[in-house]
Write a protein that binds this ligand. Structure first.
Ligand code: CA
Length: 232
């Protein structure tokens, strides 16, 4: 039997959802505020979590980020009343797997939850390590020598493609395809702009003395040359 956690402060909505999902044979726990939701998410075992963004106490983004930071990869479906691209990006950046804007139909929620339950946690991408650089695809968190480096989603994806092939020159065309889903012969300017931003950010906290990580492979593209992680 699959079990799910619903974290939502609208009591009438949670009781409708609970009845619906229990009728489908799921075990359902409900929390009506962020703290209680976080406590249950960290202490009980669920196959999926439905998490509202607007919650008393801790908001849904904070709950999601804390669950991920604890190393838990339970699939999370975020609910929000606000309908904007920014919120969706923020939700996915905090480590949510899917996102549904209120008001939604029960059938749509049911279908999305089923998809998450089918997918499970098995496909959670592994942490990428290249020298002193650590990338966590679930939360899009990046650290260099232990220092957190805030990256946009695209900067993160670009760096992750290079970090998965340390020392290998990756063409701008391949980066356009992998990171931007564009044809390889598209204008490479977007890649160049993101690489310069990444260079600044990766170097930033370490000053000029640190070895640069991103090297230009003339006529090809870029390669990441990892610097050894300091031994503790
Ligand atoms: Ca709410």
């Amino acid at each position: 039997m699959s079990s799910i956690l619903i974290v939502e402060d609208e009591v009438s909505l949670t009781s409708v959802l609970r009845r619906g999902f229990e009728a489908e044979g799921l075990r359902v726990d409900v929390a009506h505020d962020g703290q209680e939701g976080l406590r249950l998410a960290l202490t009980d075992v669920y196959d999926a979590i439905i998490l509202d963004v607007m919650l008393p106490g801790l908001d849904g983004h904070r709950v999601c980020r804390t669950v991920r930071a604890a190393g838990l990869w339970t699939p999370i479906l975020m609910l929000t009343a606000r309908d904007s691209e920014y919120d969706e990006a923020e939700g996915l950046d905090t480590g949510a797997d899917d996102y549904l804007t209120k008001p939604f139909s029960y059938l749509v929620l049911q279908a999305r939850l089923r998809a998450l339950l089918r997918r499970g946690v098995a496909t959670r991408p592994a942490v990428v390590e290249a020298g002193d650089l650590v990338l966590e695809p679930g939360t899009k968190r990046c650290t260099r020598a232990g220092a957190e480096i805030p990256l946009t989603a695209k900067e993160f994806d670009l760096l992750a493609v290079l970090a998965r092939r340390p020392g290998v020159a990756v063409s701008k065309g391949a980066l356009l395809e992998e990171v931007w889903d564009l044809p390889a012969d598209s204008d490479p300017n977007v890649v160049e702009v993101h690489v310069s931003a990444l260079r600044r950010k990766l170097q930033g906290p370490f000053g000029d003395s640190a070895q640069p990580l991103l090297h230009t492979a003339r006529g090809i593209g870029y390669r990441l040359v990892p610097q050894p992680a300091a031994t503790p």
